[in-house]
Design a protein around this ligand. Structure first.
Ligand SMILES: [Zn+2]
Length: 229
């Protein structure tokens, strides 16, 4: 991708440039609407620059930051890698979670949405500690087994998995996470909280409703009156 001296932006795969929009959460095509000025880039020689796109699905502005690869004679080349200024918020159903766990995990998700991946890891460890305190040692062991099950099911590599496990279960210094490890940690945390609280809560509620309707129908059976001839 490059900018020519007439401020024309050349996108090699323009018609396919799509992303999950942080506003409407749709995987949508993006159209560039605000492009840096060629003359100013050449004057200041920034190492990074930003482009504002329009989400074709919801019309919101989406900000992306690009590294500048090189300043040429009559063009400025951008790296194809970009970083998102706003990440889509992760949706998660917090019902059935203990209030303290909910508070901490909500903060974890905010860190993740803002690309603060190590802060995200810290908040995940704090959330996990509360869960372990709540469940006791057997509960912790059960979650440990669930982690190993996921590893077997998904054939994840040892290194990525080791980092995620260290964040959740270890007590020594937190490892530094890259984007792939943080993504896995997010999925593992969501799965753990789902298995621990949400699945149980939903089942308990469903069983309670069944019992309620059963009792209700038992008490409301009234004998049929004989019709008076
Ligand atoms: Zn959108």
């Amino acid at each position: 991708m490059y900018l020519d001296k007439n401020n024309g932006l050349h996108h090699p795969f323009d018609s396919q440039f799509a992303l999950t929009c942080p506003h409407c959460l749709t995987y949508s095509h993006l159209t560039p609407v605000s492009i840096p000025r060629y003359a100013q880039l050449q004057q200041y020689k920034h190492k990074q620059t930003g482009i504002v796109y329009r989400c074709d699905a919801c019309n919101s502005a989406v900000f992306l930051k690009f590294d500048i690869k090189s300043y040429g004679e009559d063009r400025v080349d951008f790296s194809s890698k970009f970083s998102e200024m706003e990440r889509p918020r992760e949706s998660f159903n917090f019902s059935y979670l203990p209030e303290e766990v909910e508070t901490l995990f909500k903060e974890a998700l905010s860190c993740y949405a803002n690309n603060c991946l190590n802060a995200f890891a810290s908040m995940c460890r704090r959330s996990a500690r509360l869960v372990f305190r709540d469940l006791g040692e057997t509960g912790k062991l059960r979650i440990f087994d669930q982690f190993n099950d996921v590893k077997d099911m998904t054939a994840l590599d040892n290194e990525t998995f080791g980092v995620v496990k260290a964040v959740v279960f270890d007590t020594d210094d937190l490892p530094t996470l890259d984007a792939a490890q943080a993504g896995l940690l997010l999925e593992m945390m969501k799965d753990t909280l789902y298995q621990t609280y949400i699945r149980k809560g939903k089942l308990q509620q469903a069983l309670m409703m069944r019992r309620y309707f059963l009792e209700d129908s038992e008490t409301n059976i009234t004998p049929i009156q004989k019709q008076k001839g």
